[in-house]
Design a binder for this molecule. Structure first.
Ligand code: ADP
Length: 363
């Protein structure tokens, strides 16, 4: 492993959250109001000082929820990273699979939180200020920092990057647009669902960031050209990290999934709250399947319908399987989006009940 430049900011980074290994760790971030919301609505969220409870008012009724941590609109990108992702770095390098997923309605801040501002525009991808970088670039920096800090002769790491998009049940390789649509197939060893996506060997943060920028540009441009909305697609950045322990001769391997889920909006604007929330109009099929998987897991049913969509097959480890998982719910705190916010928080409420079974992947 070559010497790496000092990254002083990383030495001081500490998280005040201990991740649960078994439970899905559910966080909520409320973004600041946009111009339309400022004009048309009012704040509808009450924050509790313990940062774990929140209530949303809609049509005179208050809906309360509990999560691992609630981030009000003034929260910084760094705070989100320190709570939702930094505590995973050690586990990733020990050989655990980890997943960080962003869920919420279109425009709620999923891409902003995961990647940073500008990642929804081909010209501005990767050009944001350092302090506005999202979870993924910070996590990459932290992972490589740890790898390069390992005493040489103890372990050798290799990192590979894949970046895919799922749109209308088709999987596209964002690192090789010429490649035909990707397949999802079962790994003969473990019976897990994987894809034949391109895996680019990556030596440092800069290389992965370049890949991320290229892939995201392709994602946004392709969506614009084909009139396909990128808010209707899921993007998955997948790192595969192998570790060869020199002393024992053993190998460990972990996968890190960073997932920008498609917009979860599905509310019709008529009827009473309960009825409106029950409606599932227009919802993307794979997101509906994900909801069904979460419900089945929360209710501890025998059959978990992972096979229902490509997305749920690929997320088999992230929910109910071999992974440590952070789920970041992204929400508006404005009354004009109160129903969507309640719907997002209810999804998170069920995800709170999901249990995973992470183990170190070793051979
Ligand atoms: P999504 O990915 O959920 O569709 P985006 O991340 O694209 O939403 O966010 C929509 C808009 O709101 C973007 O212009 C983004 O820069 C802005 N935005 C989102 N979250 C925040 C935040 N916490 N602070 C400031 N601006 C934000």
């Amino acid at each position: 492993q070559p010497n790496h430049p000092e990254v002083p900011e990383l030495v001081h980074q500490k998280s005040d959250i201990k991740m649960s290994k078994k439970g899905v760790n559910v966080f909520v971030r409320f973004r600041p109001d946009n111009a339309t919301e400022q004009k048309l609505g009012v704040q509808c969220v009450d924050y509790h000082p313990d940062q774990k409870k929140v209530s949303v008012s809609c049509d005179g009724i208050s809906h309360g929820f509990n999560f691992r941590r609630i981030f009000p609109p003034e929260s910084s990108q760094e705070q989100i990273f320190l709570s939702c992702a930094l505590p995973l770095v050690e586990s990733i390098l020990e050989g655990y699979n980890c997943a960080i997923l962003a869920y919420g309605q279109t425009g709620a801040g999923k891409t902003y939180s995961l990647l940073g501002p500008g990642y929804d525009h081909p010209e501005r991808v990767g050009k944001c200020d350092q302090e506005l970088r999202g979870v993924a670039p910070r996590l990459l920096q932290s992972i490589f920092h740890q790898i390069y800090s390992t005493v040489s002769g103890e372990a050798v790491y290799k990192v590979y990057t894949s970046y895919i998009q799922i749109y209308n049940e088709k999987i596209f390789d964002l690192l090789n647009p010429a490649k035909e649509k990707l397949k999802v197939y079962q790994d003969t060893d473990k019976g897990l669902w994987i894809t034949d996506a391109t895996k680019v060997p990556s030596k440092n943060v800069k290389e992965v960031n370049q890949i991320l920028e290229l892939g995201t540009k392709y994602r946004v441009t392709a969506a614009t050209n084909s009139n396909a909305e990128s808010s209707r697609s899921h993007a998955l950045l997948i790192l595969t990290i192998t570790k060869h322990l020199i002393n024992t001769g053993t190998y460990r391997a972990s996968q890190v999934y960073m997932v920008d889920l498609c917009g979860s909006e599905r509310i019709s604007k008529t009827g009473v709250v309960e009825e409106r929330l029950k409606e599932a109009q227009n919802i993307n099929k794979s997101l509906l399947s994900l909801g069904n998987v979460i419900n089945a897991l929360a209710e501890k049913r025998k059959h978990i319908p992972y096979r229902d969509s490509k997305m749920t097959r690929l997320l088999q480890n992230s929910f109910g399987g071999n992974s440590l998982t952070s789920l970041l719910l992204c929400c508006s705190s404005n009354s004009t989006n109160a129903l969507e916010t309640i719907s997002t928080l209810r999804f998170g409420d069920r995800a709170n009940m999901v249990h995973n079974r992470p183990v170190i992947n070793q051979r």
